[in-house]
Write a protein that binds this ligand. Structure first.
Ligand SMILES: Cc1cc2nc3c(=O)[nH]c(=O)nc-3n(C[C@H](O)[C@H](O)[C@H](O)COP(=O)(O)OP(=O)(O)OC[C@H]3O[C@@H](n4cnc5c(N)ncnc54)[C@H](O)[C@@H]3O)c2cc1C
Length: 333
């Protein structure tokens, strides 16, 4: 391992000690960590709160992120990012979700968790989202090991493999069709075909992809989280055609069942959001509708749901925050 964190000092002499911060960041995923590193390198006093959940806490290895030819585990990247930020003097409060952001006079904000309240000149919301996982026992054990949602991230893993796609609407059908770029061995399943337009299901039939209406009866994973086979309990026309059950040899599962944004704090602050619950921001600065509150990473309505876009948005936000603080503190008139 090329990193030796013991040698690094978590101290920046230019940053004063107090619970007044320049930037408070909600979330220690890739977006929040990138924001913290950029902020600290501007000598801005920075604090990061985290809840211990999020997309970057699953089992995946990132193989499309610059600088890691062999890939990097999501949890390892978080660890590296936190060490990099701590080395620059950033304060972390892990397992301490923020519950409220309370605007104060003059555009500053109080940020409150169960254990403490800090004040900050600017707040960066990097809370992320999570994906609704297929409904079978311990399905979380599979996410990132042999179960995925993102073609751009993980399509490459399933080149030539046997893939079962789980959907609930036209999006799921689209995901399945797009996977033809990687493999011919595809099948589709959904609990309720009546929610999927007939012409969409027709596309699967024309592409020669079998579609099964039903629920998961059994998933066999060996070793844990690495799917080998799936048995579906069939319903509707699928039951008439194939019988009560269908057992499929499966190397990987892709799902498109919706998202759960971590947007409680944003809701309490009445931030503008889209119909999925993702926060609307100014695309140049990442500022939300509330002054000096920014949103970065996957929680943004126009996010690409990639590490590069998460870190990019964090960079934009911190540059803007620093521009404002610089103007306030260092302007020469
Ligand atoms: C299986 C899988 C494979 C993937 N593969 C790739 C890939 O190959 N390449 C790629 O670029 N991307 C990939 N991604 C997507 C990538 O993980 C996300 O784009 C990235 O994690 C987004 O970063 P984020 O910081 O916005 O959100 P997250 O990583 O979700 O982090 C959000 C953080 O906010 C914290 N939080 C939530 N609520 C609060 C609160 N109230 N207070 C404080 N903290 C809070 C959470 O604990 C979490 O740590 C993959 C995702 C998954 C699930």
């Amino acid at each position: 391992m090329p990193f030796h964190f013991k040698e690094l000092t978590p101290y920046n002499p230019l940053v004063p000690k107090s619970t007044k911060y320049d930037i408070a960041i909600l979330g220690a995923g890739p977006a929040g960590l990138a924001a913290a590193i950029y902020a600290a390198r501007y000598n801005l006093k920075t604090v990061v709160f985290d809840a211990g959940c999020g997309r970057s806490t699953w089992f995946q290895k990132y193989e499309n992120y610059l600088g890691f030819p062999g890939g990097v585990k999501a949890t390892r990247l978080r660890e590296l990012g936190r060490n990099q930020a701590e080395r620059l003097g950033v304060k972390f409060h892990p397992d301490e979700p923020v519950e409220r952001i309370l605007p104060r006079a003059g555009g500053t904000h109080a940020v409150r968790s169960k254990r403490r309240t800090v004040t900050a000149e600017a707040v960066v919301i990097a809370n992320g989202i999570e994906d609704v996982l297929p409904d079978f026992e311990e399905s979380y054990e599979y996410e990132g090991k042999s179960m995925y949602w993102c073609i751009l991230c993980d399509g490459h893993y399933v080149n030539g493999q046997s893939v079962l796609c789980v959907g609930k609407d036209a999006d799921g059908v689209d995901l399945t069709l797009r996977l033809r770029q990687f493999t011919k061995r595809l099948a589709f399943t959904a609990e309720d075909f009546s929610k999927i337009p007939a012409w969409e299901l027709g596309k699967l039939a024309r592409a020669g992809i079998p579609a099964y209406e039903g629920t998961f009866k059994e998933v066999v994973g060996r070793p844990k989280g690495h799917v080998r086979s799936v048995t579906l309990a069939l319903t509707g026309k699928s039951k008439k055609r194939y019988g009560a059950e269908k057992k499929l040899a499966v190397d990987a599962i892709f799902h498109r069942l919706g998202i759960q944004p971590y947007n409680d704090v944003a809701k309490r602050l009445k931030l503008r959001m889209d119909e999925r619950g993702l926060i609307k921001v100014d695309p140049d600065t990442m500022e939300t509708g509330v002054k000096n509150v920014f949103a970065v990473g996957d929680i943004r309505h126009d996010a690409l749901h990639q590490l590069h876009s998460a870190t990019y948005s964090a960079t934009r936000a911190v540059i803007e925050i620093n521009r404002r603080l610089y103007a306030k503190r260092f302007a020469i008139r």
